[in-house]
Write a protein that binds this ligand. Sequence first.
Ligand code: G16
Ligand code: MG
Length: 219
Amino acid sequence: MIKGFIFDLDGVITDTAALHYVAWKKMADEMGWAFDHDVNDKLRGISRTDSIKVILEHNNTTLEEHKLEELAAKKNDIYVASLETMTSEDYLPGAKALLTHLRTEGFAVALGSASKNAEKVLKQLNANPYFDVIGDGHSVSNSKPAPDIFLFGAEKMKLQPEECIVFEDAESGIDAAKAGGFYSVGIGPEERVGHADLRFDTMEQATLFEVKAYFKELF
Ligand code: G16
Ligand code: MG
């Protein structure tokens, strides 16, 4: 029986991918590296340092560890500054309605984000009241596609993985949900999250009514 939901943050609750893009692009331009929206899409759900490694690989280059950390910090400064512009108006369409509905129906709700800035994003959105448990980039050491962040959320909610549905926009996030034995809902195109149990193009389509209709024997 489904008793809880675990939400990814970036790309599910709010569209920070656009802000991450601007910050990475600025850093890449300064370094003379190629960076575009396709590469940015590959960074969904993966950690900051792993993201730099993907950008380096795309440019067929390498960097010493200390330089890598320096660049990650620089990108983060740009990204964090840009979060100041985020307000409670910046939920992805449908996200706030779904979170409200889950509260009304009494489901347990956890955040399962790879971001170390999740607290800041939740604060800007005024979203803390929707979550019983916050799992973020500080909660576990193995990042997605490892299932650890979702297992952390389930454990804190005192639920088994098979009692939870994970919402994710990243390929690595759906991989993580499956690896942990969770049911999954993918938000985005077939080629990115088509391996989820259920997929919607946007959060606006992902109503509790639709989710219950699909997983009906689990409710
Ligand atoms: C998010 C983003 C990723 C980002 C990661 C780490 O994960 O999707 O692009 O690299 O967080 O973010 P930060 O640099 O803020 O620690 P999620 O899991 O919320 O989609
Ligand atoms: Mg995401």
